[in-house]
Write a protein that binds this ligand. Structure first.
Ligand SMILES: Nc1ncnc2c1ncn2[C@@H]1O[C@H](COP(=O)(O)OP(=O)(O)O)[C@@H](O)[C@H]1O
Ligand SMILES: [Mg+2]
Length: 372
């Protein structure tokens, strides 16, 4: 592949010769091959993964640009080296541009290496997933977007009580654990609402075990099962064999009343969920599952017992949320002209708490009508 050709060239020593002959920083060549090498290790995985994850696809596209530039530079250096042999002295202008281009390239690659970690591309022969062969372990480190201050929920009282009522209700005796899906556009406040419920004292009292798992786009049954076990049991699960993990999970939850929150579910594939929820469908003992998702389809695939369509936040709640963020620590009544502009801004947010909050934060530091 492209990659190997470049790595070979770098390893051949021609680069090093060229660099030292032209009084350039030889360390750059080493650095370049090290970064390239660490990316090369996950390349195959990334290629398999790109069809499932748009993030990985984007990463690969950026990587291709970087590789293209690396190839370009190595061609130009090879040509210049040839010419150098003919010329009495080398052209220092071309060689210093190589130096700065390589520096820039290394910067680009280092960024990609960092992203590789965030994406969870791990390298090596390990195969934690039964589909695709990538371990998404490091994704555990990605924080779930939790609201900063849970006490400050604006509105949503009716919805909150509706969910709590569902959670405290008896199960109908079937083996399936009842699922409640919170469905709504991104930024509508699904995660926030679920968090507030999750932290409610009635819920803490009612369930023996509670677990919050951030699902996101990376659906991997093994990763999710490990994570569910870890969270439910406050222990670290790190298995690779799905069967074994599922048995373990089953053992740990049998006879227990638990609440599982699956936050931000994107994947609506029937068979994926059947597989993941397998250990949960043997006697539910009052246990419940909450799912948050943007996708109505997901709610039906999960065979939700109840679906809560999260609509726009009410106007008065939007306003109070906006005030809290925009006027933090200040008194709104002291800024009558800003209030009327502020109300118009909030109107434009279409009831999305995320939009309201973001604009509020943005405007917080600005206290003249012009800036608003
Ligand atoms: N009812 C609410 N009161 C106060 N802030 C809220 C409310 N709902 C959402 N937010 C804020 O809006 C942002 C987006 O909410 P989030 O729950 O992450 O949306 P979703 O999960 O639907 O994408 C968060 O920063 C959160 O703090
Ligand atoms: Mg969310």
């Amino acid at each position: 592949s492209f990659f190997e050709v470049i790595l070979e060239r770098l390893a051949s020593g021609d680069f090093n010769d060229y660099f030292s002959r032209n009084n350039l920083d030889v360390e750059l060549v080493d650095k370049l091959s090290i970064t390239l090498n660490s990316i090369n290790q996950v390349l195959e995985e990334a290629e398999k993964m790109q069809y499932k994850s748009t993030y990985v696809k984007k990463w690969l596209d950026d990587l291709k640009d970087a590789i293209y530039e690396a190839d370009q530079i190595s061609d130009e250096i090879a040509t210049d080296a040839q010419l150098n042999k003919l010329k009495a002295e080398s052209d220092s202008v071309t060689s210093t541009t190589f130096e700065s281009r390589i520096k820039e390239l290394i910067g680009m690659l280092e960024l990609l290496v960092k992203q590789k970690e965030i994406l969870g591309l791990k390298g090596g022969a390990r195969c934690a997933s039964n589909e695709g062969g990538i371990s998404w372990k490091s994704l555990k480190k990605l924080p779930t977007t939790l609201p900063e201050d849970k006490a400050n929920l604006h509105g949503r009282d009716v919805e909150k009580e509706e969910i709590i009522k569902f959670l405290l209700s008896d199960n109908d005796g079937s083996n399936r654990v009842p699922v409640l899906s919170i469905v709504g556009l991104g930024g509508m406040g699904k995660t926030t609402l679920a968090e507030v419920v999750y932290n409610d004292y009635r819920i803490k009292e009612h369930f023996e075990r509670i677990a919050w798992v951030y699902v996101s786009e990376y659906f991997d049954v093994v990763r999710l099962t490990n994570e569910i076990i870890s969270r439910l049991d406050h222990s670290l699960a790190d298995g690779e064999d799905l069967n074994q993990l599922q048995q373990e999970l089953h053992q740990r939850i049998t006879g227990k009343k638990y609440l599982l929150v699956l936050d931000d579910v994107r994947n609506g594939k029937d068979e994926c969920w059947e597989q993941l929820l397998l250990p949960f469908n043997h006697g539910s003992f009052g246990s419940k599952i909450i799912v948050t998702t943007r996708d109505k389809e997901v709610a039906s695939v999960m065979k939700s017992a109840q679906i809560l369509h999260l609509k726009q936040l009410e106007e008065s709640d939007c306003w109070s949320l906006f005030v809290r963020h925009a006027f933090y620590g200040k008194n709104v009544s002291e800024y009558p002209n800003l209030e009327s502009i502020g109300r118009k801004i909030v109107d434009k947010c279409g009831g999305s708490p995320l939009a309201v909050r973001t604009l509020g934060d943005l405007l917080r530091m600005k206290f003249s009508a012009d800036e608003w």
